[in-house]
Design a protein around this ligand. Structure first.
Ligand code: THU
Length: 142
């Protein structure tokens, strides 16, 4: 799938974010090796810590549907709520450390791509290895 198409799907997921506390909406579109796309948004909680990031929502949805092989993920984030968005340009939204670790569990750090987009055309593509160097993964337990 074209990068811009996957990014557009991340924007669709972003609109479903449940963010009454931070007002910061994140969307992720995760493409499997066989070309299926699983969407995720962040889901916050009144007690804060159960909050789930968009990326992990997408991964957990895909894994619970039997997927194990992933090609890339597109991530977008920013303030959609008029009051909070005022005057703020959307920046790139890098995945948090916990999400990077979840990616490391299921993805090849050399080949898995992470697309951070500000617009469908303005994005940076990283490998997982670039964002999680010297990570601890399943290989360390063998
Ligand atoms: N968040 C994500 O969903 N993914 C990221 O990559 C960074 C942060 C969420 C968590 C929380 O709901 C909000 O953004 C602010 O931290």
């Amino acid at each position: 799938m074209q990068d811009s198409e996957l990014i557009q799907q991340a924007y669709a997921a972003q609109r479903r974010a449940y963010v009454p506390y931070s007002h910061f909406s994140v969307g992720a579109a995760l493409e499997t090796e066989d070309g299926q796309v699983f969407l995720g948004c962040n889901i916050e909680n009144a007690t804060y810590t159960p909050t789930n990031c968009a990326e992990r929502t997408a991964f957990f949805k895909a894994i619970s549907e039997g997927q194990r092989s992933f090609r890339q993920i597109a991530i977008v984030g920013g303030y959609l709520d008029g009051e909070f968005a005022k005057g703020k340009e959307a920046g790139y939204c890098p995945p948090c450390g916990v999400c990077r670790q979840v990616m490391a569990e299921f993805c090849d750090p050399k080949t898995f791509r992470i697309l951070l987009a500000r617009t469908p055309e303005d994005y940076i593509s990283y490998s997982l290895e670039e964002l999680l160097p010297t990570g601890f993964g399943p290989g360390n337990l063998l």
